[in-house]
Design a protein around this ligand. Structure first.
Ligand SMILES: [Zn+2]
Ligand SMILES: [Zn+2]
Length: 265
């Protein structure tokens, strides 16, 4: 399986996953042009994309969705709650109804040789989810935009080859920062975003010998920076109550404004 972050952060998200025969995107929260450029960097094009999966309707996940549907005819899959909200978003333009596909609750979607499994996350959106993708005995997951996590999230992130995990903010930066109080409360709340510390703890509970790649993603521009997210999470892994050191895994940052390194496993 091939995995590449095109953009990840509170200003826009789009992640590529593919096999030799199948290509999908998780979220389209940046312009169609940037997605196209990001794909060109890994020798794929928008006409290769078989399906787009949306995690939830926030603009940093859907900004480029209209153009991908209208110009490239890419079918869009999401939960029923997310589809309903997307339909009502005038800023996305007219969306071809036949390309909007609701994922029935509890069901997986098969696209080519990939199985895409949505699972619910706690976030302030209609029916938000994260995705676990499996193909040929390999697996990867994209898990961002969640205020808290439960056993079901942990279970869905178990046994992966690659994981993109939210590491949104540093708690001290957020608390001391210039955001208004209500917004701080929202971000820190149960339906907000995972802090660097949360990401470290969650990662520790899904570590295993064969986990190869970890990307820390959805970093806040205002309340985090790459070195801090990396330091906090890797310290948690190395000092945590587990048999591993952070250097046992390939942990890196999924950048906000440019593609991350593509990996294959
Ligand atoms: Zn987001
Ligand atoms: Zn969100």
């Amino acid at each position: 399986m091939k995995f590449a972050s095109i953009a990840s952060g509170s200003s826009g998200n789009s992640i590529f996953l593919g096999t030799e025969h199948t290509s999908v995107l998780i979220d389209a929260g940046i312009s169609g042009r940037r997605i196209k450029e990001g794909l060109a960097g890994i020798d794929r094009s928008l006409s290769d994309i078989d399906a787009l999966f949306i995690t939830h309707e926030h603009i940093d996940h859907v900004r480029g969705l209209g153009i991908l549907m209208r110009r490239y005819g890419i079918p869009v899959y999401a939960t029923g709650g997310t589809i309903a909200r997307i339909r009502a978003m005038e800023c996305l333009g007219k969306l071809p109804e036949e390309l909007l596909r609701r994922i029935p609750e509890g069901e997986d979607v098969i696209v080519g040789d990939m199985k895409v499994h949505p699972f619910p996350v706690s976030h302030d959106a209609a029916e938000p989810c994260a995705y676990r993708i499996e193909s040929g005995g390999r697996s990867a997951a994209v898990a961002t935009d969640m205020g808290i996590y439960d056993d079901n999230v942990i279970q869905n992130l178990t046994g992966l080859d690659a994981l993109l995990l939210e590491s949104n903010h540093d708690l001290h930066m957020l608390q001391a920062g210039r955001y208004p109080y209500y917004l701080k409360r929202r971000i820190m709340g149960e339906k907000g975003h995972l802090s660097n510390d949360d990401a470290g703890r969650l990662l520790c509970s899904v570590l295993h010998d064969d986990l190869r790649y970890v990307f820390l993603g959805h970093l806040s521009q205002e309340n985090n920076y790459e070195e801090l997210a990396f330091e906090t999470v890797t310290q948690e892994v190395t000092l945590g109550d587990n048999p591993y050191k952070a250097s046992d895994f390939d942990i890196s940052i999924a950048h906000r404004d440019r593609p991350g390194k593509p990996v294959e496993f």
